[in-house]
Design a protein around this ligand. Structure first.
Ligand code: PLP
Ligand code: SF4
Length: 335
């Protein structure tokens, strides 16, 4: 693009390949081949909103680190697992994961607005992941209708907010009409990664659901709470959606007391209550993001005296083999 500095390009579309990233000034030319090989295995997507947050002058930028692929992803460490949370053995019907008696996941689609390089479902999500077909969705909703112990339906994926407001509203409406479903929850990256997708129509569709609706927004760095993201979250809040935050403890992104404090304060300013801080799940090719549990506990201990109790998430780990989430502390009884 003659005459336009690559640093100042206003992106209007999602970058989906190594070549796209290089053209946007987000990947050095000598990394393109290796990243193209990564892209052949794991989907790449960087939205204009996220690209606009990246400081191209900082080689260690914590936003870039989450979304720009690295050749290290081609190496699988010996402890890494294809399905680290063991969803597959807890899948009674396609698109459903039922591990706990009172709640179950519904995955209506496997596409996301961005593809995080540390994703625990990276072998499943992706641009070719698609949506549950009509028949499969009916079967999944049928499973919820026939499972009265389940009080809470949790839409995840993929990212449910990538569905049209009409389709998402219809799915939530079907679930809310089941007498035993007391709560609905959505896990999403959209409010930070593609805030313009949170249109008034989408907020209205979510606000119309006849059950308490919690939206758990995934964000790992304070800078992800851009002006546009805060506005998107405000629309959801005004529609009556209760906002929670979930983050992953990531090397080079939020592995300091200062970064975590800034992240949780940014959440609270955006009306988001920090809910979980996840220990990294050992998905293939994600070792560069690992922070040891002891270090995570020390970070949280150091944070405790500095921030409001409202800023405090539960630090959790998904136990291997599908045993579920367990809190990791820190403990304060002297242990
Ligand atoms: C994480 C998860 C949930 C939700 O757990 P909460 O602790 O209620 O947030 C539900 N089902 C499955 C299979 C999960 O992995
Ligand atoms: S948005 Fe969630 S499911 Fe999608 S790539 Fe990121 S971590 Fe994975």
């Amino acid at each position: 693009m003659p005459g336009i500095s690559s640093r100042r390009i206003m992106l209007t579309r999602t970058l989906r390949s190594a070549a796209d990233l290089a053209d946007a000034g987000l990947l050095p030319a000598d990394a393109v081949d290796a990243v193209a090989r990564v892209g052949a295995r794991y989907s790449i997507a960087v939205t204009p909103a996220i690209a606009g947050l990246i400081d191209r002058a900082d080689p260690a930028d914590p936003i870039a680190r989450q979304y720009i692929p690295d050749a290290a992803e081609l190496l699988t460490a010996s402890h890494e697992l294809e399905d680290p949370t063991a969803d597959a053995p807890h899948t009674p019907v396609a698109g459903v994961v039922h591990r706990y008696p009172d709640r179950a996941l519904l995955k209506p689609l496997l596409a996301c607005p961005v593809y995080c390089r540390f994703c625990f479902r990276r072998e499943a999500v992706g641009a070719d992941g698609g949506v549950l077909g009509e028949a499969a969705l009916e079967a999944a909703l049928g499973w919820f209708a026939q499972t009265p112990t389940v009080r809470e339906a949790i839409l995840t994926g993929g990212d449910p907010l990538m569905l049209s407001p009409r389709r998402l509203g219809a799915i939530l409406g079907r679930l809310a009409a089941m007498p035993h479903i007391e709560l609905l929850r959505i896990h999403s990256r959209v409010p930070v990664a593609a805030p313009d997708v949170v249109t008034p129509a989408l907020a209205e569709a979510l606000g119309a659901v006849a059950r308490p609706l919690y939206l758990c927004v995934h964000a790992n760095h304070a800078r992800e709470f851009s002006t546009a993201a805060i506005a998107a979250l405000g629309r959801l809040h005004r529609a009556g959606v209760v906002l929670l935050g979930q983050s992953v403890l990531l090397r080079g992104v939020n592995d300091s007391v200062e970064a975590l404090e800034a992240l949780f304060r940014a959440m609270l300013r955006a009306r988001v209550k920090p809910y979980y801080l996840h220990q990294l799940d050992p998905a293939p090719g994600t070792a560069r993001f690992a922070v040891p549990v002891e270090e995570g506990r020390a970070l949280l201990r150091a944070l405790r005296g500095r921030v409001s109790g409202l800023a405090w998430p539960t630090y959790v780990q998904e136990r291997p083999g599908g045993a579920g989430k367990v809190p990791l502390g820190p403990a304060y009884d002297g242990a």
